[in-house]
Design a protein around this ligand. Structure first.
Ligand code: CU
Length: 491
């Protein structure tokens, strides 16, 4: 968890951009780069003054001439602040004749979900689930897709207003991109918001193998409130990787055992590092196969500010600490990180914060396995009944032999010497008063004295009349019923 994060991982700016390769002058003239219709006019967006006057029926902004004249390209750091992609990076681009040119390469990737679990997945440009395309409203984008897989594919731009023939549904709106071929997509971004892209050919296999990504479009003329200190992009997905195997099973429909953020399970998810008082946006996308994920933050509340790329008027936003991100949906949440600490941010489905969980076990909770273990040991010397103490297996896992290519169901050593009994769809929001840099993990939170839940002292127990030595199951029940009859003490 304390590894140094490279600046590139954090900034997510492509190498070509940094090196300044083939970048045209910042202010290219609009008429230089394609499109014969009228010039694109930035979406007015939500106007706080006009918020309540939205008509019941409103155009979806998808209509209009598909060949609008684009606006000049904008560079990261000049017209927008790049998103932060934990465990990933933005795709490099170059600018040619006023268009932003991207090269997406679909290929097999030997992917590490965690240090102990690798699988042959399919992804883009050497990454799985964590290659982000980032652009600005009104820009012309030209995206080459090279298919280095052994099978055909096509790429869909999920949530985009674009010409039908650029929509990327294999066989419906375009011919397949066959093995070895390179296709060209080109359109003008007539919107802004958090969108996604994914394979739209044999989806069950190809998306299940990892062919998904986030596509962030920044507004051309952002309102002052759009500016944040931290802008995170998190893609959620789910996988079925049986212990000992090295390929995701894309036939699985319900029993997923590897739940990921940007392709990683906890504890390999890079934490979200913030300063106290930062304005923070977290963009969440879900392109898993089946499951919706209620993403829950600790110690804070947020507002859901955008759904599927459309902003929610301020008057319609409400505070939450859990946002449901359904399959195929994006949600933007915004908050001020005003409480220092190491705060959990995770899916609230309890089976989704486990790693490589198998579900075909008998229920052993509360069973005393001693006799059974003794009987079986002559036959199987290393036999150990599992599950009778629950699934708190972090430490036990260290002592037990593991099948090849598996990871502990949950667990990472924490700051108190105990395991953090979480895995999967779990990350940590690290908020600090002082940070050397956003790019460096600040380590575990140093709690102010007296602010950690520790074992109660004898003095505490005595002062508050908490008698634990005399408690039996019966006396606990008796105390409870006495209380009910008499009402709360002192009344
Ligand atoms: Cu979940």
């Amino acid at each position: 968890m304390n590894k140094k994060i490279s600046r590139r991982e954090i900034l997510g700016i492509g190498a070509a951009t940094i090196a300044g390769v083939a970048i045209a002058p910042y202010r290219a003239r609009a008429e230089d780069h394609g499109g014969t219709g009228t010039e694109y006019r930035p979406f007015r967006g939500y106007n706080p003054q006009r918020g309540g006057e939205r008509p019941y029926w409103e155009k979806s902004y998808s209509g209009g001439p598909p060949d609008v004249k684009p606006l000049p390209p904008v560079l990261p750091g000049k017209g927008y602040k790049p998103v932060v992609v934990p465990n990933g990076a933005a795709l490099p681009f170059k600018i040619v004749d006023g268009a932003k040119v991207f090269h997406l390469i679909a290929e097999e990737v030997d992917h590490a979900f965690d240090s102990g679990l690798r699988a042959k997945c399919w992804g883009f440009n050497g990454r799985v689930n964590s290659t982000v395309i980032e652009a600005v409203e009104g820009e012309r984008v030209r995206i080459y897709v090279t298919n280095r897989l052994a099978v055909a594919t096509s790429i869909h731009w999920h949530g985009f207003n674009l010409p039908n023939g650029m929509d990327g549904v294999g066989g419906l709106t375009q011919p397949y991109i066959k093995a070895g071929e390179t296709a060209k997509y080109e359109f003008t971004l007539r919107q802004y918001g958090t969108q996604m892209f994914h394979s739209h050919h044999d989806e069950m296999t190809q998306m299940g193998m990892g062919m998904i990504g986030m596509f962030i479009i920044h507004p051309r003329s952002p309102r002052p409130e759009y500016r944040v200190d931290r802008d995170f992009s998190l893609m959620i997905s789910e996988w079925a990787v049986a212990a000992g195997t090295s390929r995701p099973n894309t036939l699985e429909m319900t029993d997923f055992n590897v739940l990921t953020i940007n392709g990683k399970v906890f504890p390999s998810t890079v934490p979200l590092i913030c300063r106290t008082g930062d304005k923070v946006r977290i963009r969440l996308g879900n392109l898993g196969a089946t499951d919706h994920h209620p993403m829950h933050i600790h110690g804070h509340h947020f507002r859901v500010t955008a759904t599927d790329g459309e902003e929610i008027p301020l008057s319609a936003q409400w505070p939450e600490s859990t946002v449901l991100v359904g399959v195929g949906q994006t949600r933007n949440i915004e908050l001020i990180t005003d409480a220092p600490g190491d705060w959990a941010f995770h899916c609230h489905m309890t089976h989704h914060v486990m790693n490589q969980m198998g579900h075909d076990f008998p229920n052993m909770v509360g069973v005393n396995p001693q006799g059974l273990d003794e009987k079986l040991r002559p036959l199987l010397p290393s036999y150990m009944t599992m599950g009778h103490t629950g699934m708190d297996m972090g430490r036990m896992a260290e002592a037990m032999p593991y099948p090849r290519n598996t990871i502990s169901m949950k667990g990472a050593p924490g700051p108190f010497g105990d395991y953090i009994s979480m895995g999967g769809l779990f990350t940590v929001l690290k908020v600090r008063d002082q940070l050397r840099s956003y790019d460096e993990d600040p380590g575990w939170y140093q709690h102010p004295p007296g602010t950690v839940a520790l074992k109660a002292s004898e003095a505490d127990l005595r002062r508050d009349g908490i008698e634990v030595s005399k408690l039996t199951n019966d006396s606990a029940a008796k105390q409870h019923s006495e209380k009910k009859e008499k009402g709360p003490a002192g009344h």
